[in-house]
Design a protein around this ligand. Structure first.
Ligand SMILES: NC(=O)c1ccc[n+]([C@@H]2O[C@H](COP(=O)([O-])OP(=O)(O)OC[C@H]3O[C@@H](n4cnc5c(N)ncnc54)[C@H](O)[C@@H]3O)[C@@H](O)[C@H]2O)c1
Length: 250
């Protein structure tokens, strides 16, 4: 895929899936600007990749920081081609009494920031532009005590189809719902961690980054408002106690 001379924004690009997205765009010729709060990891990434990569340090739950970030991007590049809304965290849920402020923080990070970035950039997208929002399989299925994250992911999924209609003809807007992606944050994975998946392995950041690039490329020019689940088949698997090797213990 050729992304030469394209301008791509990635939120949360210093680590994990975001870093893989940044590196894939760079390898395919794009100019990449990313915003993050992890200055140490971000600076290492910039040192590794050089002048086609620009870092802006800041917390995207803050309106003023987003405004300043967009001003910086437009001053430098005038227009943008791709916006990848990747950054998100969890602050758990109702069983651990996730507070009003914590709940709102996750929504600001996962839903409001993607909305505001899109709004501020909407008049500055080049033709054939695309937005890719990183949702989660948790937008449609849950474990206990995950309300802040699940609500943010449900929100960004709905934001995706709404924006695809509002920006029709200007920007294609799609989302990706990763399942379990090993970013190194989960320690050593067991054989069972991998084998429980229908594809027999946990996902990698590259599994997601490749789809992001596809959804930005001309190869996907008939796809908008869509969500692509990339979870090794986990959400398609029916589980009943005593069947096919599954057992309920509680
Ligand atoms: N890893 C998984 O298994 C998985 C599964 C489903 C969905 N996702 C989603 O993929 C995306 C990336 O996840 P990841 O696992 O790579 O996460 P990660 O924690 O490895 O990376 C997230 C990045 O976002 C940055 N960030 C966090 N808060 C920020 C803020 N307020 N402002 C700016 N930057 C901020 C972090 O510093 C970090 O660099 C997230 O939206 C996550 O919900 C991940």
């Amino acid at each position: 895929m050729d992304f030469n001379n394209k301008v791509c924004i990635v939120t949360g690009g210093a680590n994990g899936i975001g870093r893989a997205i940044v590196e894939q765009f760079l390898q395919n010729g794009a100019n990449v600007i990313f915003i993050d709060i992890d200055n140490e990891a971000a600076e290492k990434l910039v040192a590794k990749h050089g002048e086609k990569l620009t870092y802006f340090s800041g917390d995207i739950t803050n309106e003023e920081i987003i405004t300043n970030f967009v001003k910086m991007v437009l001053k430098r590049f005038k227009h943008v081609d791709y916006l990848i809304n990747n950054a998100c965290v969890s602050r758990n849920g109702i069983l651990s009494k996730c507070s009003y402020d914590d709940f709102n923080y996750v929504l600001k990070l996962g839903v409001t920031a993607p909305y505001l970035l899109t709004m501020l950039l909407q008049d500055y997208f080049n033709s054939d532009a695309a937005i890719v929002n990183i949702s989660s399989s948790r937008a449609t299925m849950s474990q206990k005590d995950t309300e802040s994250y699940s609500a943010a992911k449900g929100g960004i999924s709905a934001l995706t189809h709404a924006l695809s209609i509002s920006l029709a003809g200007k920007v294609r807007v799609n989302s990706i719902s990763p399942g379990w992606i090993d970013t190194g944050a989960f320690g050593e994975l067991s054989r069972e961690d991998h084998l429980q998946h229908p594809v027999r392995r946990v996902g990698t950041p590259l599994d997601i980054a490749k789809m992001v690039l596809y959804l930005c490329s001309d190869a996907s020019s008939f796809i908008t408002g869509e969500n692509i689940t990339i979870d090794g088949g986990m959400s398609k698997q029916m589980i009943y106690h005593g069947e096919h090797g599954w057992s309920y213990t509680s």
